[in-house]
Design a protein around this ligand. Sequence first.
Ligand code: BGC
Ligand code: NOJ
Length: 814
Amino acid sequence: MQYGYFDDEHCEYVITRPDTPLPWINYLGSEDYFGLISNTAGGYSFYRDARLRRITRYRYNNVPLDTGGRYLYVRDDHSGTFWSPTWQPVMTDLKNYTCRHGLGYTTIASEKEDIQTQVRYFVPLGQNLEIWDARCTNLRTTKAELSLFSSIEFCLWDAQDDATNFQRNYNIAEVEVEGSTIYHKTEYRERRNHFAFFSCSEPLTGFDTLRESFLGPYRGWNQPQVVAEGKSRNSEAHAWQPMGSHHVQFVLEPGETKRILFILGYHENPVDQKFTAPGSNIINKKSVYPIIQTWLNPNNVDHAFEKLRQRWSELLSIFQVDTPDLHVNRMVNIWNAYQCMVTFNLSRSASYFESGIGRGMGFRDSNQDLLGFMHMIPERGRQRLLDLAATQMENGGAYHQYQPLTKRGNNDIGSDFNDDPLWLVLAASAYLRETGDLSFLEEMVPYDNRPGSEKPLLDHLRRSIRYTLDRLGVHGLPLIGRADWNDCLNLNCFSDTPGQSFQTTTNREGKNAESVFIAGQFVLAAREMADMVELIGLSDEAEEYRSRAAAMMKTVENEGWDGQWFLRAYDDFGKPVGSKDCKEGKIFLEPQGMCVMAGIGLENGYAKSALDSLNRYCAGDHGIALLWPGFQQYYLHLGEISSYCAGYKENASVFCHANPWAMIAETKVGNGDRAFDYYLRICPSVREAISEIHRSEPYVYAQTIAGPESPDSGEAKNSWLTGSAAWNFVAITQYILGIRPELNGLRIQPVIPQHWEGFSAERVFRGVCFHIDVQRKGNGNTCVLFVDGKKIQGNIVPLPEEGVKSISVLVEIY
Ligand code: BGC
Ligand code: NOJ
């Protein structure tokens, strides 16, 4: 069953009924100003940091689920009836509801009582504001007397404080109304220089800025008293709960359309005027007038929307494919790339499943997000890498997260996730492979943002590698620390005290647990590191990394092999985790994927055997479960992983982030059929057909899909902000389609399914457009490449000489 359809031509997903199983959301903005918006106009906005600069308020875990947003009310002033053109919050039946989620914008349109309303929400490029572009059309044969009310609830900036510190917050809010603009200036008198403005293109019949006046006592957003009565109170909030509502009245002749613009923006006074009025609550509005004027002009709005569309078409054109599979084309060409942009921007901070309060930019997460983003805007990738590296500590370890506004490591979560540093190497390598920009390695970056501690980026990478080598356990495998990629596999948390949580290490300092996953990741990272330093002439150092990688590979084969698959780890007591001898959690996906991806076991048959075992025990209709069998009870020595019900999250769900590792691994052993089969099992577009089971958005990946041991197996959980975006993009484009940037050219080495006769692609790489045509000639995976008609050796197409902007590559697969 479906709730809409893909409109590939316009790069939109069109939702055709408002009551989707869960709110199906989209993101507005992709630089500094961001908004989340659901298919019924729920959601909120913030400037750069979802925790520290929250512009509008949102309540989590609410009832009904998605309450609060960018709401408009249409009122027939003749009959007194009113409704929400976005369905919520009034929820009256609508005729012809559609929500078009596009790339950076959402348009919701509906009809009710022969009044057609459409509102398009977007953030113009380079601006710190969002536009609500509303149009009402009278489809009646008589004239219509209408009111349009807007509404938002202001958040008092720090979302954490806003949600908890009521005794104070009920006494600080300040607004100001001037003409058609409502200014939200709470915090200003504390000498902060930011405020928000909410403006309308029309003269106002009235306004409200106090929530209680607008809603009326005991009422919710579904029945605001002001809307019901058709009369604003012109309330000005002094403390209590500030909000913004404009009231516009107009008469439409039959067939007539009225366009009304609203803008909601964030503003900081120019630095030189920063504290012009120290301690006062007089905001400097002058600097924002021109902005308001510009964006209430419909021509500028139209132009900005066109520019946004154009920008996305440029970004997407960097990598376009034409394959025999509709889903691949749609995901690679549009939605997967788009999701990679969103995860790049927001890491795991603000979604409908992450409050924006708890988590900032994840070190591990953001590094991996870069893998799917790098080709789009490598300059931004570079900056992100420098920010991440600046939160690294001198011992090579890293803060697990940092706040985007301050770019400082966030101590709430701490460090000691021993996989973290290696992701920096892999992401830096992705940047170098994409751009060839060697100067990057010399860029000076501090440790822990401490002035004076600057060292070249290369030094950071060296310390990342050293971090692992300095921390090897009794089997010679890397110590896991607090956890590796699997946050919830906490093997050093032994505690005898009943009820003691997984995070506490009380009567015994756990530290011995080792990770086979990190071992595989190390092999991968050390080899990429070797290639990087080789390129700048450090051959001895390169040799050192290669021999370390080879040694680690041997250690994994000797100590990390369970007979038919790779072990997951050794716990703090030296007992194997993820072994046939375990009662539960006998086999884990991560080490099978990561080790084979790193090339371990390709020669001695271990790789194939591990992948076959994974297929046998973990692969189901809805994807590959993270482990099998799921843990049925809580185990202190395993930690958080066993706190989940079996089939959910890290306890045996289909973890969509890790599934692509198995896809990539299958390409390493030449099994294109299986790699692609795995790809399709979790592909959102494929799962659109079972939306009643999948329940989450069919245009983006979710973090997990409930695993076979769950009663709601197949239900996707935690959509949007997940490493699934980047890794699925990498798996399909770089390994199955096989188009992968290398330091010395573009590798083209597809491992496609047998039934594909070929595909074509266009990839802009280092300023050159590669027109790629792949043709299957035999049943194997051996590729023969012809560049502009001339056969070349190997799979890497070198860059053409200066000035050549386009080349064509024919690939024959035998
Ligand atoms: C979640 C993990 C997540 C971690 C991040 C845990 O509660 O289960 O998926 O990685 O929190 O802190
Ligand atoms: C989600 C976290 O954001 C990510 O960092 C982690 O690797 C996975 N969960 C697995 O635990």
